[in-house]
Ligand binder design. Sequence first.
Ligand SMILES: Nc1ncnc2c1ncn2[C@@H]1O[C@H](COP(=O)(O)OP(=O)(O)O)[C@@H](O)[C@H]1O
Ligand SMILES: [Mg+2]
Length: 290
Amino acid sequence: MTGATLMPIPFDSVAAASATHTPVVETAGAPRPLIEFRHVQKSFESHGQSTHVLDDISFSVERGEFLAIVGPSGSGKSTVLNLVAGHVQPSSGEIMYDNKPVTAVNNAVSYLTQDDSLLPWRTVANNIAVPLEIRRVPEPERKERVAAMVRMVGLTGFENHYPRQLSGGMRKRMMLARSLIYDPDTMLMDEPFGPLDAQLRLVMQAELLRLWSNSGKTIIFVTHDIVEAVSLADRVIVLSARPSRIKLIETIVLARPRDIHTVRFAREFEEHYLRLWKSIEVDVMRGALQ
Ligand SMILES: Nc1ncnc2c1ncn2[C@@H]1O[C@H](COP(=O)(O)OP(=O)(O)O)[C@@H](O)[C@H]1O
Ligand SMILES: [Mg+2]
């Protein structure tokens, strides 16, 4: 899978076609995108106040695509992931996953949420093993897969520690291991490398790319870091400030496989970075000054 083969969303053309009452003709066997947001709006009501978060969001994600979402704080990035996971429902519009509307918890996805959701009474190894236990993977295979994951995320030697004995970065790595061991078709990742130091972040980014390449897995990756988004993704979506709309969908032309350490020195990288920063800058500045 290369970035160049991933075409932007056909959904707008479908919407335009139906608006003029032209029947939408689908080529027989043409694959639909794996995930589609169709004119999604989302407001939250709490304490008698309504917060209009998403305003008419339409995009789609191809099978096997690595999509990044950036946007100012509070723009609804986590809400987009919650909608794909079926944890919240849209106020209007719909979210399709594999041609079916998401109306309940979506079990086809793993979700690495922004907050720690570790089991404090379980050791590192036993936390990582949870998804395999749920799927009744036999113990010898479970142990082998957990050991491999522990190595991958650099937690060797900490298998029998408890979450409270780990640093924030180590807890994050443990969560990453738990979400990857599940081997899901789609991974939703909400700022997964945020608390890691710069070097470890690069290691984890490289590992993620290695795991994802040729896996056929689809990733939606939320980050506040434009460099991270361009380094990893096939396309980057920029959300505006609330009520958010899509400001830009940038297709990243950098060839794969990408070397996480050198990819940022490519000329195209700079162009992508500047276009994305220009798109996001005004909303970030406004938020910072509020
Ligand atoms: N379950 C919820 N109930 C009420 N308000 C929510 C809920 N989830 C998110 N929000 C509000 O929606 C807005 C967007 O939140 P979020 O999606 O977390 O933004 P981001 O991830 O871009 O920082 C925030 O103002 C947040 O308080
Ligand atoms: Mg968030």
